[in-house]
Design a protein. Structure first.
Length: 308
């Protein structure tokens, strides 16, 4: 079965533009436009309303888009089931992860998985947690490593580990004169230092965008403690912000799991008890889970809990 033509409609709908969809699909705009016209003629209904600003779905288009998503999802499930016949000697698994977290957590996972199942390829899709949840529900991903949000009840998930949100600083940053030694029993999993949250308002911060978990959590912490932070850069990627923090440009928020990525930097808990998010492995709810996806989930649990 050739599902490429269904992916054409999905791309046009998601990009809201034939030209942008053509770029995404690596095909000529004229070819994509001709395909759409031919399909609409054969169906007897327009799927999109053409406008100067782009396109939008008609009611018939919305129905066709739902059909396209369902069909591709079902096709992937059949592929997974047939792939399992090979007993993990071949095939692929599609894994979703955030760019920041994936950059330091995934390399040892992918290496371990490749050593164990050399014939199975892992295709990685990057996105923020909200987008990854949406892609899981749509069936675009086999599994994802993420912080679950509102869509948690619509996914099959398994807790992996707590990941503390902390500050990252250069060893010579002035804040290091204010920090105190941590006293929690699990110091291997928590930063060695902590600071009273009310003492951080005097320092400059580098923030991620509000649509990221770190950016959102940082702003929630400031609001909860009535802090008006000094901020000159507030819409950077999580990786860029943390890199600036480790380089001494200011303070940034990061996950303590990133400590192996930023060797030489200092990590500081916010208060004695800190604040954490739950990192989970999630899969589409109720659908068929391939042996490859389940095997990758097992390897992630093994590697990431071992390397904490």
């Amino acid at each position: 079965m050739d599902t490429r033509t269904l992916s054409y409609i999905i791309a046009i709908a998601e990009e809201k533009s034939i030209s942008k969809a053509a770029e995404r699909l690596y095909m000529a705009q004229s070819s994509l436009s001709q395909y759409l016209t031919t399909l609409e003629t054969s169906l007897g209904y327009p799927l999109f309303v053409r406008r100067h600003q782009g396109v939008r779905l008609t009611e018939a288009g919305k129905l066709y888009l739902e059909f396209a998503y369902r069909t591709i999802n079902a096709y992937h499930q059949v592929q997974d089931a047939m792939q399992d016949i090979s007993e993990l000697h071949s095939g692929q698994v599609i894994l979703g992860v955030s760019t920041f977290r994936g950059s330091y957590l995934l390399p040892p996972v992918i290496t371990a998985f490749a050593n164990k199942y050399p014939g199975v390829h892992v295709n990685i899709v990057e996105g923020d947690s909200v987008d990854l949840e949406y892609m899981l529900q749509r069936g675009d991903l086999d599994l994802a490593l993420l912080v679950l949000g509102k869509a948690a009840k619509n996914l099959d998930s398994a807790f992996l580990m707590d990941d503390e949100i902390c500050l990252i600083a250069h060893p010579h940053h002035p804040i290091m004169k204010k920090v105190r030694k941590g006293t929690r029993h699990n110091l291997q999993e928590t930063p060695p230092w902590f600071i009273d949250i009310h003492e951080i308002s005097q320092y400059e911060f580098i923030l991620s965008g509000y649509d990221t978990i770190l950016g959102k959590k940082a702003r929630e912490i400031f609001a909860r403690h009535h802090i008006s932070p000094i901020v000159h850069n507030e819409n950077l990627s999580a990786l860029f912000a943390a890199s600036m923090g480790s380089g001494g440009i200011g303070l940034a928020f990061t996950y303590y799991s990133s400590r192996r990525y930023f060797q030489g930097a200092e990590f500081i808990s916010l208060g004695k008890d800190g604040t954490s998010v739950e990192l989970s492995i999630a899969m589409p709810k109720g659908g068929y889970h391939s042996k490859a996806a389940l095997a990758l989930a097992d390897v992630m649990k093994e590697v990431l809990t071992l390397n904490r």
